[in-house]
Design a protein around this ligand. Sequence first.
Ligand code: FE
Ligand code: FE
Length: 333
Amino acid sequence: MTDLPVFGAGIWHFATYKDRYATDGYGPPVGLLEQIDRAGAVGDLSVVDLNWPFAGFDGTLDDVKAALSRNGLEAIAITPEIYTRDFVKGSFTHPDPAVRKRALDLMHHATDVAKDLGSSYVKLWPGQDGWDYPFQVNYHDIWQLALDGLRELCAAHPEINFVIEYKPREPRVKIIFPNVARTLLGIEKIGLPNLGILLDFGHSLYGLETPADAAQLAIDYGRLFAIDVNDNLRGWDDDMVVGSVHLVETFEFFHTLRKNNWQGVWQLDQFPFREDSVEAARQAIRFLKAVHRALDSLDDSALAAAQADHDALAAQRLVQRALLTSMADTEDT
Ligand code: FE
Ligand code: FE
């Protein structure tokens, strides 16, 4: 059997959440160190992505390092919080130059933390950069601001990678990096080697992309640096347990990664609002291991022959054979 991938998760998977209805949250708050302990309790996770600054945490970076190491975890990424109340009109694209500078300072600082922790990349999710209403912004100007800010940040830290996690909308009604094509266009225009894409499977799904095609395009341009997986009903970023809805498309996504010998972490970005967070992660990893087994059992040459002829039914037979037999063993792992 092919070696298992490295599994990871966004640390927020192990927090509790608020929304505009449950404004007190769906459970008592869980502190950062406890979130790290919960990630460790999953058993199969090796890496986590940490938001920064560490909200509500009054300990030191050494406390975080100690919590990671006692749980056998490493921080693969740092995600600067450029999408909070300070940046309601954007980070890179905020109309006030002083706020743009504050956002960039935060990102530089987060990058220093990432280097200190030995992380592989800094994740940029510009969720407030965009617009809500027609005529609200000058599209030319905010696109230039986004590219200028990214160029300045990435050029200042050539020794570490940066990724843009694109998303169609939420919190902004329209986010400036909404899909793979536009994100690649911006990255190629900037032209720096240390800027790539984090492809969130769920964002791609509800943006009505074909996630496997989005992954292939990002790979073909040498820019697929990281992935997040989860699932949704294609109308919103539901961040449900991976594999719970779009089984075949999830399989096709991982098949594309395998075919291209993509070696990154299989990272969970799930929000188990009403589920036990440790169990939700365990279930996701059980599923991902089954996907991994199914990839081993897929008849690649027969599939290539079917695809060479665009034979949808032959491809389905091969995929169903591999997938359904491997899924039957999920309880064994
Ligand atoms: Fe994500
Ligand atoms: Fe998301």
